[in-house]
Design a protein around this ligand. Structure first.
Ligand code: NAD
Ligand code: TYD
Length: 353
């Protein structure tokens, strides 16, 4: 193998990370792709069985919170680039247990920055620390307006506050020490391999099993949904063509009220499961709202579109249909994911709502 670059992808066994790993391993046979992941409840190597034997792929089980493990990893490989996705990613979990978010999202990111600085400080040329972040760092929008790269940070949940902190540390290492860094902030993703704690896969699983679909509050909160492969295409583009020191917003230009989204999902599921129209929506159940629930997120991604030529592809109904099909076909993936501590989690989150 003629390796021209060695790329570290953290969190590559998770939802978005596994799609990034697959794309990079497949498209760039001349890169060695190292996936470093702790394999928390959200990490699943089954997401990567189709590429795990490729000779440009390696897996390293590490916890980025353990400073020495990170330093050892950077001694074992000479990384040219880092795409950092490893994180605790679910808002509801950050409300019941914020500590883990501080450790992984903030301390873990700083450990990676320190290791990159140590290895790269004499020759930053050709190196890149690419930090994957969220639009939630900008806080919550009212009826109008969009998040741009210039919107002031105003995180409201322990999750978004921990991601905002990590973004600030990445910018500080870029500004103070010269670590070449890029950040992208993306809106809500959906698609295959997403852990069924997030709204769309949780609702698909509940509809399939005729269980109540928990809608927080009145279902009026708005999210800007993006198909995961569109996010991953943007990550590829930004990693290769983005400008060091810059931030790029990524979004679907696809705002949906939670209730309208669930109604669309119910219609798709009725068709796929050969149920009479209107059957699944009877499962909608309004439950106690999430504390501090952000009302609306919406992204202005014109900078990325204009400067790098990116645009999202599938129509939302098509993307949702593809996603539903994936969950209905991959029953073993779903069963195995649900067989762990999922029931305990579900009781903790939903039994008091
Ligand atoms: P995920 O929860 O599905 O996956 C996270 C991965 O990180 C898992 O494989 C997990 O094992 C790993 N991980 C967690 N703690 C770790 C640690 N201490 N050391 C090493 N690995 C660890 O998350 P996701 O939804 O794929 O999100 C990936 C990234 O994208 C996150 O940084 C998230 O903030 C960001 N993001 C997500 C979305 C979204 O809608 N899901 C939107 C915008 C940005
Ligand atoms: P989620 O998928 O957790 O993403 P985020 O909170 O990061 O945007 O939730 C998406 C929206 O759906 C959010 O407004 C909260 C809401 N929601 C429900 O109404 N019911 C649920 O069971 C979940 C998990 C989320």
């Amino acid at each position: 193998m003629n390796t021209i670059r060695t790329i570290l992808i953290t969190g590559g066994a998770g939802f978005i990370g596994s799609h990034v790993v697959r794309r990079f391993v497949g498209r760039y046979p001349e890169y060695l792709i190292v996936n470093a992941d702790k394999l928390t409840y959200a990490g699943n190597l089954e997401n990567l069985t189709d590429i795990e034997k490729k000779n440009n792929y390696r897996f390293e089980k590490i916890d980025i919170v353990e400073k020495q493990s990170v330093l050892d990893l950077f001694e074992k490989y000479n990384f040219d680039g880092i795409i950092h996705l490893a994180a605790e990613s679910h808002v509801d979990r950050s409300i019941t247990g914020p500590d883990e978010f501080v450790f992984t999202n903030i301390v873990g990111t700083v450990n990676l920055l320190n290791a990159a600085l140590k290895k790269w400080k004499d020759a930053f040329r050709g190196k890149l620390f690419y930090h994957i972040s969220t639009d939630e760092v900008y806080g919550s929008l009212g009826k109008d307006g969009l998040f741009t790269e210039k919107t002031a940070y105003d995180p409201k949940s322990p999750y978004s506050a921990s991601k905002a902190s990590s973004d600030h540390m990445v910018r500080a290492y870029n500004h103070t020490f010269g670590v070449p860094a890029i950040i992208s902030n993306c809106s809500n993703n959906y698609g295959p391999n997403q852990f069924p704690e997030k709204l769309i896969p949780l609702a698909i699983n509940n509809i399939k099993n005729n269980k109540p679909i928990p809608v927080y509050g009145k279902g009026e909160n708005i999210r800007d949904w993006l198909y995961v492969e569109d996010h991953v295409a943007a990550i590829d583009l930004i990693f290769h063509k983005g400008k060091t020191g810059e931030t790029y917003n990524i979004g679907g230009n696809n705002e949906w009220k939670n209730l309208d989204l669930i109604l669309l999902l119910c219609r798709i599921m009725d068709k796929k499961l050969n149920r009479e129209e209107g059957t699944s929506e009877k499962l909608i159940t309004y439950v106690k709202d999430r504390p501090g629930h952000d009302m609306r997120y919406a992204i202005d991604s014109s900078k990325l579109q204009k400067e790098l030529g990116w645009s999202p592809i599938p129509d939302f109904a098509d993307g949702l249909e593809k996603t539903v099909e994936w969950y209905l076909i991959n029953t073993r993936w779903l069963e195995r994911v649900l067989s762990g501590d999922y029931n305990k989690y579900y009781d903790l989150m939903y039994s008091h709502r």
